[in-house]
Write a protein that binds this ligand. Structure first.
Ligand code: GLA
Length: 388
């Protein structure tokens, strides 16, 4: 009897324990994901052409290294042994070959599946196959798993995501684990030891402030991130969903603001446009290294909304070496003149050099008032560096 009691005491804490590869996402992951533009219209050639375009456009050099294949890569049925298999028409060479191709080009290989019985698009989900699937992903050289939440029935989110996390860990291959539970059960409160990032909202779509049944524009998502900043940090990021930068429903100013604010949020930067066909203006937004550096700052602090007035918002992000990023966002329909008295921003201490990150030039110091034009739905994004 004593033995049984002792065993129970030993086993219980082990079952509840989550295993996670540490240090895989010291800064928010960056890459490209197929879903926002291509949905189920994906195949081997598209992925290879995208990899080439990421290299040619300078995006890979700017840090976009994960290429993530979202829903719809699977065959509709598992094989007779229950293995998950790719659609032979879309991915005739198989996933191992595609992973090798991406690795040879210097990318990391990401894939999507779902914690439910089926993915949102009706392909086989991972429920009950977690360890088998994790072994398959590891054998294909997968470096990143986005794990969705459709068709989960009555399953408990924390337990279910922990099971897949443990399955990934058991493979011995370091795989970034991206929880896509849409924020339903506040994963920021329980997922830190399970995954490297977790979705905080439903799906983004390519508009500024539209609302659809299952998706919404980035302006709504931005508003829903307020207060979540304290939950993010190195290796455990809030994910307000992938980028719509460059997609048809956004103007250039809306794309620039979206990108700036996602960087203030220390959001994972997963481009979701057709990078084979993007304009130079969009490429310049996505590859602005000084703006990306705000997102990727090693201090790993998510920024926050400091002020909200009708038409105007101020967002701030603390950076390493005593620096700050400040984003002035005109969320209204009229152009405004911006007059900033820096001493009104209580988080600033002393005098700072101001660098305008979109104009790419230094524009003075914070001991003087700043006057600038802020067009509708646009931003002024500055980095402030203490004057020595
Ligand atoms: C969910 C996710 C999306 C995408 C689709 C694929 O809606 O939130 O990001 O992965 O599933 O079906």
């Amino acid at each position: 009897m004593k033995k049984i009691i002792l065993l129970t005491v030993l086993i219980l804490p082990i079952c509840a324990f989550a295993e996670k590869f540490k240090g895989l996402a010291p800064t928010p992951p960056m890459g490209w994901n197929s879903w926002n533009t291509f949905e189920l219209n994906i195949n081997e050639n598209l992925i290879k052409e995208t990899a080439e375009a990421l290299i040619k456009s300078g995006m890979k050099d700017a840090g976009y290294t994960y290429i993530v294949i979202d829903d719809g890569w699977e065959s509709m049925e598992r094989d007779p042994n229950g293995n998950i298999v790719p659609d032979p028409n879309k991915f005739p060479a198989g996933m191992k070959a595609l992973g090798d191709y991406l690795h040879d080009k210097g990318f990391k290989f990401g894939i999507h599946n779902c914690a439910g019985t089926k993915t949102c698009a009706g392909y086989p989900g991972g429920r009950g196959h977690e360890f088998q699937d994790a072994r398959a992903y590891a054998s294909w050289g997968v470096d990143y798993l986005k794990y969705d939440w459709c068709n989960h029935g009555t399953a408990n989110a924390e337990e279910t995501y922990r099971t897949m996390g443990n399955a990934l860990y058991a493979t011995g291959r370091p795989i970034v684990y991206s929880l896509c539970e849409w924020g339903n059960t506040k994963p920021w409160e329980w997922a830190k030891d399970i995954g490297h990032l977790w979705r905080t909202t439903g799906d983004i779509t390519d508009c500024y402030d539209c609302q659809q049944v299952y998706s919404m524009g980035w302006k709504f998502i931005l508003a829903s991130q307020i207060g979540l900043e304290k939950y993010a940090g190195p290796d455990h990021w809030n994910d307000p969903d992938m980028l719509e930068v460059g997609n048809p429903g956004l103007t250039l100013a809306e794309s620039r603001s979206h990108f700036s604010l996602w960087c203030i949020l220390a959001a994972p930067l997963m481009a979701g446009n057709d990078v084979r066909k993007m304009s130079d203006d969009i490429r310049d937004i996505l590859t602005n290294k000084e703006v990306i550096a705000i997102d990727q700052d090693p201090l790993g602090k998510q920024g926050y909304q400091y002020m909200l007035h009708v038409g105007k918002e101020i967002w701030a992000k603390e950076l390493s070496n005593g620096c700050w990023a400040v984003c002035f966002f005109n969320n209204g329909l009229d152009d405004v003149k911006l007059k900033i008295n820096w001493s009104n921003l209580p988080f600033l201490k002393g005098n700072y050099e101001i660098r305008d990150l979109w104009q790419k030039k230094n524009i003075g110091t914070t001991d003087k008032e700043y006057l600038g034009d802020l067009p509708a739905r646009d931003v002024i994004l500055v980095k402030l560096t203490p004057v020595k």
